[in-house]
Design a protein around this ligand. Sequence first.
Ligand code: FAD
Length: 468
Amino acid sequence: MVVGDFTQNVQTVVIGAGPGGYVAAIRAAQTGQEVVLIEKSNIGGVCLNWGCIPSKAMIEVSGLKYELKHAADMGLLIGDVELDMKKLHHWKDGIVTRLRNGIGTLLEKNEIERIEGTAKIADDKTIMVSSKSGLQRFAFENLILATGSRPRELSGIPFDDERIIDSSGALELEKVPERLLVVGAGSVGLEMALIYSKLGSVVTIIEAEDALLPNYEPELIRVLKKSLKVHNIKLMLGAQIESVKDGQVVIQHNGTEPLDADKVLVSIGRKPNSNDLGLEHLQIDLDEQGFVQVNSKMQTSNENVYAIGDLVRGPMLAHRASHMGKVAAEVISGKKSAFDNLAIPGVIFTDPEIATVGMTEAQAKEQGLDVKTGVFPFKALGRAMTMGNTEGLTKIVSDAETGTVLGVHIIGPHASDLIAEGALAVESALHVEDLSLTIHAHPTLPEGLGEAAEDIDRKAIHIFSPGK
Ligand code: FAD
């Protein structure tokens, strides 16, 4: 059935209402475009419904449970802390619903037409949407593809949503599993491992690579490995899953070994949702893994078709998707916008949190740059001590010749917030002196950034650095 049996002409159609698509739609409306936003599931996409927000809600609860258990050192005797999973999910889902409603209101206020249904490209100008009420057809002048990504499966071991689960499944478990196996030590795997270990699971992580987070600063990884040990999380590097049979998993790790696991969380990365969309009608270029290729204006090889977010190769992060969405919408409106940022901060909400932006020391050296670095530990910060949270450090990588800040790398309490100053520094090509001459309030955690900047010239006050 075709609703109304006509084609609606639209200036800008956005497919997918994740943090890429809904932000693109709002910016497009702000610039005066007439916008249709098509979403087959919940607005907010993976990030709001099955990613960033629910995972951080669970990190908060598991962290609080852990801290309460360990508060006796600070003089707080709390006794047993009980977990009510039903209430936890109710609270978490309430946050998601409130945010979802908020986006809905914003879409409405911006007069964006929302269509609930699955979009498919019918030809180089037309989108068909199938929904409960039938088929709708839209002829677009501009199209923004924001269909995101989905979890990769292990070959031969598909998700069964019972024992073999993905990250969405891990955010919905009704019971804390006794033994959890996490396959893949990326950001999602590490965050989930810590959540469930703090909630009471015995957690093992296996990672096919021989190194943990190989593109991160080694100083950060040393702190992270120590923390995994403190939380009794077993990390097996260079290990792969061979088979899962009757609840027993066989791991390949210097030979084979059996491992009991009630749940196996497969978090080995995500793939772009570029299949089944009818992209062949648009003649746009995809790479060998199905990511849509774009220029800095987010235009595909068909200049009226834009792609943003997880659909485009690069770090799969919500803030990157949103930024790309704004660029695409602004380019359509005639503005000279481009996605040419030097800095995309990345955060892993482990304990301690990891946050990085810009180049690592090794990456800068690979580019032939002469590099100077400064490091400052959290244990030398009064504020960190008063929080009872002193693990970690800040490392700044700078260009020895010009003093430009090339990268900021933090592991420690509130690293996710602290990285904002680093992102500003790298994006604005600030000099190390700009950080060291900025007065940081005392006692606060950002003092670590100022001191790490001073450590580049071995002039940090609260650590002794020999060899000025
Ligand atoms: P998505 O959020 O995937 O949205 C795409 C939307 O398109 C979906 O709603 C989908 O239903 C819709 N869609 C697809 N095909 C069609 C179609 N044919 N018709 C209609 N609609 C369609 N990132 C961070 O920055 N910080 C974090 O802390 C963080 N935590 C994460 C935790 C987890 C567990 C996971 C899985 C991811 C996390 N991410 C995080 C990554 C983040 O969620 C993604 O980078 C982000 O959601 C990508 O946004 P997007 O708009 O490109 O796509």
